[in-house]
Design a protein around this ligand. Sequence first.
Ligand SMILES: Nc1ncnc2c1ncn2[C@@H]1O[C@H](COP(=O)(O)OP(=O)(O)OP(=O)(O)O)[C@@H](O)[C@H]1O
Ligand code: SF4
Length: 328
Amino acid sequence: EKVVPHKSSDQAGKSSACQGCPNQNICASGAAKAPDPAIEEIRQKLTSVKHKILVLSGKGGVGKSTFSAHLSHALASDDSKEVALLDVDICGPSIPKIMGLEGEQVHQSGSGWSPVYVEDNLAVMSIGFLLSSPDDAVIWRGPKKNGMIKQFLRDVDWGEVDYLIVDTPPGTSDEHLSIVQYLSGAGIDGAAIITTPQEVSLQDVRKEIRFCKKVKIPVIGVIENMSGFVCPKCKNTSQIFPPTTGGAQRMCEELNLPLLGRVPLDPRIGRSCDEGRSFLTEVPDSPAAVAYQNIVQTSQRAARGQRLLYPVLPVSLQGWGNWRAAFM
Ligand SMILES: Nc1ncnc2c1ncn2[C@@H]1O[C@H](COP(=O)(O)OP(=O)(O)OP(=O)(O)O)[C@@H](O)[C@H]1O
Ligand code: SF4
């Protein structure tokens, strides 16, 4: 495994903090600083991918995979766009089920792996395709997970793609650092961050935003999921997580980030996902489906430089600029 010197180059392997460390000679020689050749290989491989967008969340279970899947479906509803969805949630890959691809397997293609296609213009790759059963547990340490992420980024033959959506595990783990490191040559357009209205989720989102700042990934906006419940009978909205209503909005105002939209709770979303069907085509008129579509359409309008008709929040030009750049 690669040695990462924790001292400046002229001190590495020589300072008193290094005493007893078996890597001292490697660090002092500077060999540890040589960049991983995979970064350049990935850059070359992904020159055919126009936009790379990470979907992040501070907490698990807030709807990140559901959003990634529906963002992909919504983008692919435009036949002229090629969309790729990469699931790097190595320990809990839920994308195969949500996309109706359970039991599918990847095949070797000329120079790597070919993804699994949901539609002609929507390709998916997940570690779930490499497991013999969906119930198999992946219990891997960091280096093995990193190796798999490297392979996913370097070896999948996506072809010409407009959007690569990367569904990540919750929090800021080894996987995130690997993605950021390996995509440092290819570039990441930005990150969309999913939260629920609850304070516990918002707290973790703040950490996620700090992580993005630290590793210099533009935050393209925040999506508040499970934001109220629209009664299918009376159509009234009730807040499930009071008294934190408006928490995501306040946080976005404070941090000057776009709140891209709010998706209400709808039990039919869970059902559609469990059955591997797109909720957007199953119940297109529901408030949740409309909210998903608005998030995508708003960003596409912004990308085309048109006036935003339904911005959820007034934010700085820089904030919308990040979202716009990710979708142009
Ligand atoms: N707006 C919503 N209304 C109703 N159910 C939802 C909504 N969004 C997500 N869900 C359901 O919540 C559960 C968790 O969603 P999902 O798997 O997308 O979360 P996640 O953030 O990706 O979790 P993890 O990262 O831990 O895998 C799923 O059962 C999903 O169907
Ligand atoms: S020699 Fe060991 S302790 Fe010193 S910088 Fe390198 S890894 Fe760290």
